[in-house]
Design a protein around this ligand. Structure first.
Ligand code: T46
Length: 146
């Protein structure tokens, strides 16, 4: 799947970048991040060929920043699929509720920073694609293609 810089299933979030004997990027809740931040997490030291994610969230909204390295995020709203490459610390993506996402093609040493609108709760995850499609009340991408 080709990566897409004009993706429709996410919104790009560009945050300020300051050059001062190095690079500093920052963001503020409700200014750059469109929600109050309740949690952050980092994903790093990912093994080669790993596929992470493979779920959607019922309530949690997130912004993902690839602060080092490169990663491809596959996005699916039950109707269409697209792939977005993240490789800039100042350019994140807003991942809204009920978007199925998979993280692939982790470059070695990639560090992903995620800020989230909700505390962690396993019940917020939809981890079965079949359940996801049922919850969306739509037919699957595969079926649409037939
Ligand atoms: C997401 C993508 C982008 C916690 O206990 N607390 C947390 O805040 C998180 C994020 C995870 N966990 C536990 C739950 C699992 O037992 O850590 C374990 C690994 O989580 P998971 O397999 O869901 O990791 P990924 O990389 O597949 O997905 C993560 C986030 O979980 C998810 O919300 O959207 O990154």
């Amino acid at each position: 799947m080709k990566t897409n810089s004009s993706a429709k299933l996410i919104q790009f979030i560009d945050i300020p970048k300051v050059y001062d004997e190095g690079i500093l990027v920052f963001s503020e809740a409700l200014r750059h991040i469109p929600f109050e931040i309740k949690r952050f997490y980092l994903i790093h030291n990912v093994i080669e060929h790993a596929v992470r994610g493979k779920h959607a969230h019922k309530k949690t909204r997130q912004v993902l920043f690839c602060v080092q390295g490169s990663i491809t995020i596959i996005l699916d709203d039950g109707r269409s699929r697209e792939a977005v490459k993240l490789n800039k610390s100042h350019r994140g993506i807003l991942l809204d509720t009920m978007i199925w996402h998979e993280m692939v093609s982790f470059q070695k040493n990639t560090v992903l920073l995620v800020v989230a609108s909700e505390y962690f709760e396993e019940s917020d995850y939809v981890r079965s694609y079949k359940d996801f499609i049922q919850l969306k009340g739509q037919t699957s991408v595969e079926n649409n293609e037939k």
